[in-house]
Design a protein around this ligand. Structure first.
Ligand code: 5AD
Ligand code: SF4
Length: 465
């Protein structure tokens, strides 16, 4: 007699994601990898048989969040235990990679520690922990691509805007940064694998793809014929997929911003006019101490070229204030560069000394109060520039990709080509679609507008009786 296939008992999984978009992507892939073992996602940590914290180590504040979250998880686990239910706890991501076994020593509630390069081992580790296995720590950097070991993304509708990791790791070794240690050496996925993943997402409703990588423009995937693909070549190939209307990529390094990639802003209509290009600091002296390997003049020359290719481009950046040895004069140069460049978006941070990085050992650390003051001054300037960029879109008609409900009932929300959040009154049917919107106003964090009047979203057609 044929045996019925073994069906795993249904279990609940809660994943809390910290940090960057790459972690968000990894969290999705972890959920998919655990599906065959019977795990389905829940938003409620108390309801979960397995809790995964996908962590970020980039700044001290981010890393410490893990331990406060683990405190909450410990209480939830105790309550569930009282009710006769077990809870497994896993720490994934960059804190897992950086701290390894120490996490279990500091927070014994943790059953599994798994680094970002080992997610293909997750299902086995969970099974082992469920059998009572202890002290399960996996932080190896396997020789082979982790993605090749993960299952194909399952069927079902996806978000209209999806992320795909194409490159991981970094060989740049900026002196403040943990990424080369937590994510390892630069690695590019094969173009065929990426194209297949994007085609699958396109068939399931994705209209926009953001290619992710810590150094995404250093992408150099090798195809079956041994040819190296640049990011520009990969973007061109992905633009051929009919369902994909929009392409983006992040994060880029100025050193890898070559002319072919810049030209694409003029040549490829599907490439959205948005570029995230961190400059980190405005003085050449600090840039050298950061080991950024570019000068301010080089950065500004790049910006000039990018603006020539796409004059309306929305530029975004990352900036650190209070790197060791940064003087008031150095900081003034950061302010001046930010003012000259007129960023549409910017992320700015106080320098945070990270264990194991060269800058953490420098003895000319900047006092906290100075960092705080500099950050406030910088952020006020950056906010003004962002508002100015937003206000300049008032009166324009922009394509908006709608991704979800708006803040108010009857509203839907989406993103403009410049990645601005846009809210309009409109039917839910717009979610997942692109429609033209006349921009009417710019609020502190988003734009509002109206769907172009002649846009005919179809009333449901009455079936003829
Ligand atoms: N301190 C403060 N900010 C940092 N970043 C990276 N490392 C640190 C650090 N030690 C910032 C950089 C980077 C962004 C992702 O985080 O600006 O581009
Ligand atoms: Fe970190 Fe620098 Fe690499 Fe960016 S380029 S990930 S800041 S080391």
């Amino acid at each position: 007699m044929a045996q019925a296939p073994h069906k795993p008992s249904p279990k609940k999984l809660h994943i809390k994601t910290f940090g960057c978009q790459m972690n968000a992507y990894d969290s999705e892939r972890m959920a998919e990898a655990l599906q065959p073992a019977g795990y389905s996602l829940t938003d409620d940590a108390e309801d979960a048989d397995l809790v995964i914290l996908n962590t970020c180590h980039i700044r001290e504040k981010a890393a410490e969040k893990v331990y406060s979250e683990l405190g909450r998880v410990r209480l939830a686990k105790a309550r569930r235990h009282h009710e006769g239910r077990d809870t497994l706890v896993a720490v994934a991501g960059c804190v897992a990679q950086a701290e390894g076994r120490e996490i279990i020593a500091r927070a014994p509630v943790v059953d599994i520690v798994v680094g970002p390069q080992s997610y293909h081992r997750l299902a086995d580790l969970v099974a082992e922990a469920a059998r009572g296995g202890k002290d399960l720590v996996e932080t190896e950097f396997p020789a082979k691509d982790k993605f090749a070991h993960l299952p194909e993304r399952p069927k079902g509708k996806v978000q209209a805007s999806a992320f795909v990791t194409v490159q991981e790791g970094c060989d740049k070794f900026c002196t403040f940064c943990v990424v080369p240690y937590t994510r390892g050496a630069e690695f590019s996925r094969a173009p065929s694998e990426i194209v297949a993943e994007v085609e699958r997402l396109a068939l399931r409703g994705a209209h926009e793809i953001t290619l992710l990588g810590q150094n995404v423009n250093a992408y150099h995937g090798m195809d079956e014929d041994g040819l190296n693909w640049s990011l520009a070549k990969l973007l061109r190939r992905l633009a051929e997929i009919p369902e994909i209307d929009r392409l983006r990529y992040t994060t880029s390094h100025p050193r890898d911003m070559d002319d072919g990639l810049i030209a694409l802003f003029a040549e490829e209509a599907k490439l959205m006019p948005y570029l995230h290009l961190p400059f980190q600091a405005g003085s050449d002296r600090i840039l050298a101490a950061m080991n950024r390997k570019h000068t301010i003049a080089e950065y500004e020359e790049l910006i000039g070229k990018v603006r020539q290719a796409r004059p309306d481009i929305a530029l975004s950046t990352d900036i650190i204030v209070g790197f060791p040895g940064e003087t008031d004069a150095d900081f003034e140069e950061t302010l001046a560069l930010a003012a000259r460049t007129r960023f549409a978006q910017a992320f700015s941070f106080k320098y945070s000394a990270r264990p194991g990085t060269p800058a953490a050992k420098l003895d000319n650390q900047v006092p906290e109060a100075a960092k705080r003051e500099r950050l406030a001054a910088l952020q006020s300037l950056l906010d003004q520039a962002r508002h100015a960029f937003d206000r300049a879109t008032i009166g324009r008609r922009l394509d908006v990709l709608f991704e979800g409900k708006g803040r108010k009932p009857g509203q839907v929300a989406g993103r403009s080509p410049y990645l601005q959040a846009v809210h309009v009154e409109g039917p839910q049917e717009l979610i997942g679609e692109i429609a033209e919107v006349d921009i009417l106003a710019a609020g502190p964090n988003s734009l509002t507008g109206v769907i172009k009047s002649e846009f005919a979203w179809r009333e449901p057609v009455q079936a003829a009786v």
